[in-house]
Design a protein around this ligand. Structure first.
Ligand code: NAD
Length: 235
């Protein structure tokens, strides 16, 4: 394999599947038995904040019951050992990349372990439950806290940084994402327009955008990524 110096990796729900976190499309488009329009839109939160807080409280509690798998650990090893730059952009809101040793993870859709104040804009690290009666630790107001999650219809985070990384990478790898959610689904096309990077998809099945990748490695991320990382480090 060619020696790559600037690698960007996009991950989706599939990389956490082997840790026991359910993906989204593999469950009839339901997220843990909920329709996304009931739990992952600003309208849902305005309509029923109690239900939405409960949903994310459960997801946050679930983090304590799951562990990073060999796929998260392999990407952390690549970051630590490649003589070059490895950027990890994740659509996941879990913290399994960080707990697997990953660094500077770019959470394009936010993080379960953060709560944002709609009144003072403060972002708080959060491990426990949050309800409408929880007060903001900074401005002390009630009913102003929301999960720091990008819901459908909202602007993804860190897009300027992401575009810079995509423009300068020489290898783009997409792992465990169905290619249905934009803008992340368009990153492979962005990479091809902006540069000459090699592109690899690692997925259980070909994604929506699979034909846009130069290479498909089909199977479980937890089995394929340790092999791919060793190939990249050996080159
Ligand atoms: P998705 O659920 O739409 O697609 C998951 C993809 O992963 C599928 O193509 C599936 O074939 C593949 N996959 C499943 N198991 C795999 C494995 N072991 N190895 C490799 N691939 C595997 O996920 P998405 O594209 O990330 O979009 C879902 C959206 O829902 C995201 O925006 C995300 O924020 C949110 N979500 C997050 C989590 C999480 O944080 N872990 C979980 C569910 C949903």
């Amino acid at each position: 394999m060619v020696r790559f110096k600037n690698i960007v990796i996009l991950t989706g729900a599939g990389i956490s599947a082997e840790s026991g976190v359910k993906t989204f499309r593999d469950n009839d488009g339901l997220w843990e038995n909920h329709h996304i329009e009931d739990v992952a839109t600003p309208e849902a939160f305005a309509r029923d904040p109690h239900l939405v807080h409960n949903f994310y409280n459960e997801r946050r509690a679930q983090l304590r019951a799951v562990k990073p798998n060999p796929a998260h650990k392999a990407l952390a090893k690549l970051q630590q050992e490649l003589p070059g730059t490895v950027s990890i952009i994740t659509q996941n809101v879990d913290d399994l990349h960080e707990r697997g040793g990953g660094e500077d993870i770019i959470h394009i859709h936010g993080e379960l372990t953060q709560i944002r104040c709609k009144a003072c804009a403060a972002i708080h690290t959060w491990q426990g439950d949050c309800t409408q009666s929880t007060t903001c630790p900074k401005c002390d107001r009630e009913a102003v806290l929301r999960p720091n999650i990008v819901w459908f219809g909202e602007m993804p985070f860190f897009m300027d940084t992401i575009i810079d990384r995509l423009a300068s990478c020489d290898l783009f790898i997409s792992v465990g994402t169905s290619g249905n959610v934009y803008p992340a689904a368009g990153f492979v096309a962005n990479v091809q327009e902006m540069g000459r990077a090699h592109t690899i998809e690692v997925n259980l099945e070909p994604s929506e955008g699979s034909s846009q990748f130069a290479e498909l490695r089909q199977g479980k991320a937890g089995e394929l990524l340790p092999v791919l990382v060793d190939e990249l480090l050996a080159s």
